[in-house]
Ligand binder design. Structure first.
Ligand SMILES: Cc1cc2nc3c(=O)[nH]c(=O)nc-3n(C[C@H](O)[C@H](O)[C@H](O)COP(=O)(O)OP(=O)(O)OC[C@H]3O[C@@H](n4cnc5c(N)ncnc54)[C@H](O)[C@@H]3O)c2cc1C
Length: 402
């Protein structure tokens, strides 16, 4: 296989690199990759310098039309081809640059572009692109995750409004967001996929409350979202009433290679091996020699991951739609991520038990130990490994449903 850039791709890559080199605020790019949510956090930060970094980076990307690389140009996106998106993401990940616009850019915008009314598009799309409004997703519930269509949060029509009662959970980064998009049940008697509607809601609406969930790495990433008689105007419904499942499942036409995972995995391993060769690294890694083969295996897996990513992007580049191939890539990427995290802690023996990054005994600022705790969720988020395996089994291997 020849995965080398052609002339046009090489020119685009060098343009992306140029913008990152010239404009990426110093605050970003030093770790193993983009820390998820760093733009969202900085945008709301009480520290003026951090807030400014988020604003400067938004401006730099917006000048190129790269806040929303996959949106069509007529809506303010860059209209990049899947291959250009791939290159863009690869370069962003390689420099640890945060993406801007969160789930407004990745999910809500493309959904509105397909299903939104002209008024909804005019009201919301520009504010996503400018970074003025950050959106978060309220889909999962305590009793509805993999089987999302069994969701119970109820919306009852009352004149020009819906009155919502219920609870969402795992609402990532909702504490930084301004608006939420959510799936709610509007017809409890219909078959479960057909009684759901898709609503947009301002986070400050009375009755809507967000409570933190602290994960096992002591991080506030998730939230619980409660609805107590929350009134949302009917004009904030996207698509028809009771057809929200299909709105929420809109296949968003963008690059699906997981290239960011491959690049970040390589960055982490490079940082680990560089540290292991320093005097401090040698002193703090009594287990390094025994784990040498494990580190080599992780490098091989990262290489395999690059090839999965290249396979998907080459399909998309030929106009094909990846199906079970995207599940293979997601599954492999999330399990690789966990294995890298495990290897990255094992080499440090008992030093890996230090979780405080400020403790000077902690190797690499305890980043490997923190990665280890955080990587647990990678095989759950965005479709669990079991669900990916079901897809691979049925759609890829043609096995019967269990
Ligand atoms: C980091 C992270 C961020 C998230 N962010 C958000 C967010 O912003 N908004 C949001 O709405 N949700 C979010 N989620 C929730 C996420 O979508 C769900 O956790 C996920 O869909 C799994 O659902 P669940 O946790 O209810 O587990 P369950 O679906 O209850 O699964 C429990 C176990 O059963 C297995 N299982 C379930 N069904 C099957 C099956 N059919 N066959 C075989 N095994 C099965 C699963 O694989 C899993 O091991 C996030 C989750 C994580 C981890």
């Amino acid at each position: 296989m020849d995965w080398a850039d052609d002339n046009e791709q090489a020119a685009f890559r060098s343009r992306v690199r140029g913008v990152i080199t010239a404009s990426l605020p110093k605050r970003y790019g030093s770790g193993d990759g983009e820390e998820e949510g760093s733009w969202e956090r900085d945008r709301r930060s009480p520290v003026a310098e951090h807030k400014q970094a988020a604003a400067d980076w938004t401006k730099a990307l917006a000048e190129q039309g790269w806040v929303a690389p996959h949106w069509p140009k007529e809506y303010g996106g860059a209209g990049l081809s899947p291959m250009e998106q791939f290159i863009f993401k690869q370069e962003m990940a390689a420099s640890g640059a945060p993406s801007v616009g969160g789930q407004g850019v990745s999910q809500l915008g493309p959904t509105l572009i397909i299903h939104g009314t002209p008024e909804q598009k005019a009201e919301h799309l520009p504010k996503i692109l400018s970074g003025e409004v950050d959106w978060r997703q309220g889909y999962s519930e305590p009793g509805a995750g993999s089987d999302l269509a069994s969701l119970q949060t109820r919306a009852v029509r009352d004149g020009d409004e819906y009155v919502i009662n219920g609870q969402k959970i795992w609402t990532s980064l909702a504490h930084y967001a301004d608006w939420l998009y959510a799936l709610v049940r509007t017809d409890p008697d219909a078959p479960k996929h057909r009684g759901i509607s898709f609503l947009l809601m301002d986070k400050t609406t009375p009755g809507l409350s967000i409570r933190p969930l602290i994960d096992m790495s002591s991080r506030h990433h998730f939230n619980e979202t409660f609805f107590e008689d929350v009134r949302v105007p009917v004009r904030n419904r996207v698509g028809e009433e009771n057809r929200g499942w299909y709105v929420g499942m809109t296949l968003l036409d963008f690059e699906r290679s997981n290239i960011t995972g491959a690049v970040n995995g390589k960055r982490t391993l490079d940082r680990l091996t560089a540290f292991l060769q320093t005097a401090e690294g040698k002193a703090k890694s009594p287990g390094a020699k025994a784990n040498r083969l494990a580190v080599a295996d992780r490098y091989i897996e990262v290489d395999v991951m690059f090839n999965f990513s290249f396979r998907i992007i080459s399909m998309q580049n030929r106009g094909m739609v990846p199906n079970y191939e995207a599940s293979v890539s997601k599954l492999f990427n999330s399990e690789m991520n966990q294995k890298i995290a495990l290897t990255g802690t094992r080499v440090f023996g008992l030093y890996a038990n230090i979780y405080d990054g400020k403790d000077e005994r902690a190797p690499l600022g305890a980043s490997m130990s923190t990665n280890y705790l955080r990587s647990v969720s990678s095989t759950i988020a965005a479709g669990t490994s079991e669900i990916q395996r079901n897809i691979i089994a049925t759609r890829g291997l043609g096995l019967p449903r269990g």
